[in-house]
Design a protein around this ligand. Sequence first.
Ligand SMILES: [Zn+2]
Length: 281
Amino acid sequence: MPVTIQGLTPRSTELELEGFTASQANAIRRTLLSDVPKLAIEDVEFHLGPIRDEASGKDYDSSTSMFDEAVALRLGLLPIPTDLSQFRRKSECSCGGAGCPHCQVMFSIDKKGPCTVYAKDVVPLGDASLAILEPDVPIVRLGARQALLAYATAVVGTAREHAKWQVAQGVGLSPRPHVKIQRKEGCSDACLKRTAASCPVNILEFSAGRLSVTDETKCIDCGACVETCEHGSIRIEPDSERFFLKFETDGSLSAREALRFALKDLRRRCEELREVVQAIP
Ligand SMILES: [Zn+2]
């Protein structure tokens, strides 16, 4: 099953899969969407009551313009860099779920208004490499005499539980378009020339009385050529064994790590299924 990497950046990738069935390719897509784990903030403890600034002696009210629940939801969506060799789910941790440096990360927020609280104000306690990846995401605005003092706990989870644990975003799977050209009766050179010129990505060429495709991989399946030739000399059909898979991540894991985990996880589950089936007498 040849796989061609057509693009790879730390946060995105584009692959061409060959020799896959639609269901195999879709299994990879679904695993990427739902089963790749990462850290996300799950619990937030807000300080209640007045907050005194020792330096200035001023008193602040521990309230914001938003409900605590809404602030907590926003905190949950912040991307935290996740090293899967270091972190695991609480349920699988040797601490028995009590919480330890291998299954949870603590963050603190201590801001006094008037100001805007940003993601960079959510500071990891201890390891600075766990700082939020998008520091300029605004979370809440504090008015004069308003303050936010909170502690947040991030744990490992997957998007099966909540979308905040979704690593891969915009996972797109599409069959590779296959351009079929067969000159039909009554189709003139002028018609084929027009057809070639109608292609927005310029992959059709008309020369020596023949219409040909220069680079099928660049076809965007827009159908402009099919509409232009009224004789039906050109058709675009989805290839049933070749697929384009592309996705990006929120940065918590790189595109390479997310894909690697998804493929390993898929393999593990297939192995488990095989063992169960083999055990049937
Ligand atoms: Zn633990």
